[in-house]
Design a protein around this ligand. Structure first.
Ligand SMILES: NC(=O)c1ccc[n+]([C@@H]2O[C@H](COP(=O)([O-])OP(=O)(O)OC[C@H]3O[C@@H](n4cnc5c(N)ncnc54)[C@H](O)[C@@H]3O)[C@@H](O)[C@H]2O)c1
Length: 359
């Protein structure tokens, strides 16, 4: 595999929370291929069809740990045992609609879980870099036409979005109080950043109430695809786009610990921002079959209608930019779901990472 990080991850001890999930499984595969010693901490995968299960990545990495991030003591024990150097914190309850059903658990996992991980970082001398994954939904959504910038106010209407806004405030506080760049080398040696991706799509996601998994389930069952919010506008991006940004950022933080410990957006270019209906239409075209059905209801749960990210900071200061345009993105997403039943999934993921890196 091409190593765009020039051997940086080879031999590094990297702890990934949420490695059993959609983004975490891709992340673990990519880091493992780059030669990192990956320790994963997460709950059981949701289904036998998850990318984590089908790829078998759990058996390849250094440690595949099932543990709850709400358990602060356990987190500190894991960190003390494995002595990670870089931490990527992805574990979360990431679904807006589910957060209306389990708001307390959403807050416990997302907010206290994040604080527990920061406390484990604080207690573990080996950690040099912490990248905390929040979301584009952490911003106070004003349904505005411009993309959110990193210094826009945090907020959130539903429990998921607001829990991630609260995470951002906690991360900012921990950075000011315990990992302050001004005290680097004197009181601590940790560089801590937070990262906000758009609506991430890719193979192996089967989450409930997400558009791509909803489409694939309907296609596989030969049923029409129900579209709840056809007009909602989202910043769609392939899962490998933000992951490449997280890795590049961590490398920069390692090399310049006080220069990059901030918030960063890793969204798509403006032309990949489109409606739910448009993205589902493109997927159906890629499969050459399927029918969309508008099932929007006037009294549905509140979900943001318009959401975009401004990515000029990551472009200018990190030299990061999305690699795929809207069509290449959806093609690559469809590729996984067309092939996963007939091809060994680990090699399929490697093939897709290679494709992503060579467009
Ligand atoms: N998928 C997206 O579109 C998107 C967009 C922006 C941000 N994010 C963020 O990226 C991260 C990963 O999202 P995803 O789509 O891969 O979600 P996912 O649901 O597929 O994975 C979540 C992971 O977190 C773990 N987890 C959940 N609760 C836990 C707990 N209490 N203790 C330990 N582990 C726990 C799960 O086991 C799983 O490994 C989340 O923080 C999410 O908020 C996702």
């Amino acid at each position: 595999m091409i190593d765009i990080f020039k051997n940086f991850y080879r031999g590094k001890r990297v702890l990934v929370t949420g490695h059993t999930g959609f983004k975490g499984s891709w992340f673990s595969i990519w880091l493992h291929e780059l030669g990192a010693e990956v320790v994963g901490v997460g709950l059981e995968p949701y289904s036998e069809k998850d990318n984590f299960v089908l790829s078998g990545i759990g058996k390849k990495i250094k440690a595949d740990i099932r543990s709850d991030i709400r358990d602060e003591v356990k987190m500190k024990e894991i960190f003390a045992h494995y002595q990670p150097e870089i931490v990527f914190h992805l574990a979360a309850q990431p679904l807006v609609r589910l957060s209306y059903e389990i708001p307390v658990e959403t807050y416990q996992t997302n907010v206290m879980g994040t604080i527990n991980i920061m406390e484990a970082i604080r207690a573990t001398e080996s950690v040099k870099v912490g990248v905390m994954i929040t979301t584009d939904k952490c911003y106070d959504n004003k349904e505005q036409m411009r993309g959110y910038k990193e210094d826009d106010p945090f907020g959130g209407y539903d429990p998921y979005s607001s829990s991630k806004g609260a995470c951002e405030i906690a991360i900012q506080s921990w950075r000011r109080s315990f990992f302050n760049p001004e005290d680097y080398g004197k009181k601590h040696h940790v560089s801590l950043a937070s990262v906000r991706a758009g609506n991430v799509i890719g193979g192996g996601d089967w989450a409930k109430d997400r558009i791509i998994p909803d489409c694939i389930r309907a296609l596989e069952a030969g049923k029409p695809i129900d579209i709840r919010s056809p007009k909602a506008v989202r910043p769609w991006e392939h899962v490998l786009e933000p992951l490449s940004g997280y890795m590049l950022l961590a490398q920069k933080m390692w090399e310049h610990p006080t220069e990059y410990c901030e918030g960063w957006n890793f969204g798509p270019e403006a032309d990949a921002v489109s409606t739910v209906w448009e993205i589902a239409t493109k997927l159906v075209q890629c499969f050459g079959k399927g029918e969309l059905k508008d099932v929007s209801a006037p009294n549905a749960l509140h979900e943001a209608k318009l959401l975009m990210l401004d990515i000029s900071k990551a472009k200018t200061r990190l030299g990061w930019k999305p690699r795929l345009d809207a069509l290449q993105t959806i093609d690559l997403v469809a590729d996984w779901y067309k092939k996963y039943q007939n091809q060994e999934v680990y090699s399929l993921c490697i093939e897709e990472i290679d494709k992503f890196l060579t467009v």
